[in-house]
Design a protein around this ligand. Structure first.
Ligand code: DGL
Length: 251
C-alpha cells in the first residue's frame, strides 16, 4: 500500500523529498492540484471542494496514510477530512511551536498564504502558545504563483520580499516561520534579506517524523518498491520531469 502526499501544487514536493530520504522503501503517490492552484487566495468553500476531490482520489487508491502537505488545506479541512476517511491523515500547520521553543525572547514572523493567516486554526494556535504576544502573522499572496511558474530570479524575489517586509524592523525578530510548503523553495532568498542570526523554521521534518511514528505505531511500515508516482489533479502524469526539476532544487 502506498502513502499519499497532497498539495495544491508543487510545494508538497519539499515534504516528499524529506519523506523519501527517511523512508526510502515506501511507495508514494504525489497529487498536485495543478488545475486549481493557488488555493490560498480563493474562496474557502471552493478550495474545500478541491481538497475533498483529492482525498476521494486517495481513498480510491487505497492509501495506507495521507499527508496533507499543504498548510492552507490543513487549516480549512483537516478535521472534516479525518471524520470522513478511515485512513490516517497527517496535516501541516505553521511551525509556531518549534519556533517558540527554539528561539530567544525576540519576535517571530509567521509567513503563510492569505487563507492560512486568516483562519481560526492558526489564530487559536498562536493564542494558545504565545503568552507574551511575540508572534506576528503575515500573508505572502503571490509566492505560490512564483514557485509554480519556476520563478527564482534572485533580484525579483528579493525586491518582492523587501517590499512585503517594509513595515517590519527585521532586527527585532529571532525567527521566521515558513508556513506554506511552496515558500520553502525560497529559503536561500529569505536568508539573503534576513539579518544574521534570524532562524528560518519550517515544519517539514516534524511532519515526516510524525508520519514515521504513525507507520510504526500502526504497524503500517514496509513499503515495497520505493516507487514514486505523480498525479496532476487526479490524472497520472507520465512525464515526471517537471516534479523532478523541483526535487533537485537546493534551498
Ligand atoms: N503549499 C500550500 C501551503 O502550504 C500552498 C497553498 C496555495 O496553493 O495557496 O499552504
Amino acid at each position: 500500500m502506498s502513502i499519499g502526499i497532497f498539495d495544491s501544487g508543487i510545494g508538497g514536493l519539499t515534504v516528499l523529498k524529506e519523506a523519501v530520504k527517511l523512508l526510502p522503501n515506501e511507495d508514494f503517490l504525489y497529487y498536485a492540484d495543478t488545475k486549481h492552484v493557488p488555493y490560498g487566495t480563493k474562496p474557502k468553500d471552493e478550495v474545500r471542494r478541491y481538497i475533498f476531490d483529492a482525498a476521494d482520489f486517495f481513498a480510491g487508491k487505497g492509501v495506507k496514510a495521507l499527508v496533507v502537505a499543504c498548510n492552507t488545506a490543513t487549516s480549512i479541512a483537516i478535521n472534516d477530512l479525518r471524520k470522513r476517511y478511515s485512513f490516517p491523515i497527517i496535516g501541516m500547520e505553521p511551525a509556531v511551536k518549534p519556533a517558540l521553543e527554539k528561539v530567544d525572547h525576540r519576535r517571530i514572523l509567521v509567513l503563510a498564504t492569505p487563507i492560512t493567516v486568516s483562519e481560526k486554526k492558526l489564530h487559536d494556535l498562536v493564542v494558545k502558545l504565545d503568552s507574551e504576544q511575540t508572534v506576528d502573522l503575515h500573508a505572502l499572496p503571490v509566492m505560490v504563483e512564483f514557485a509554480e511558474k519556476f520563478i527564482f530570479d534572485e533580484d525579483m524575489i528579493i525586491r518582492y520580499l523587501l517590499d512585503e517586509f517594509a513595515k517590519y524592523d527585521l532586527r527585532e525578530y529571532s525567527a521566521v516561520v515558513l508556513g506554506c510548503t511552496h515558500f520553502i523553495f525560497y529559503r536561500k532568498h529569505f536568508m539573503k534579506i534576513l539579518p544574521q542570526g534570524v532562524e528560518i523554521i519550517d515544519g517539514n521534518i516534524g511532519t515526516v517524523n510524525r508520519l514515521m511514528t504513525l507507520l510504526e505505531n500502526r504497524k503500517l511500515g514496509c513499503g515495497s518498491k520505493g516507487s514514486l508516482e505523480f498525479y496532476c489533479s487526479g490524472d497520472k502524469d507520465t512525464d515526471d520531469s517537471k516534479y523532478r526539476r523541483y526535487l533537485e532544487l537546493e534551498y
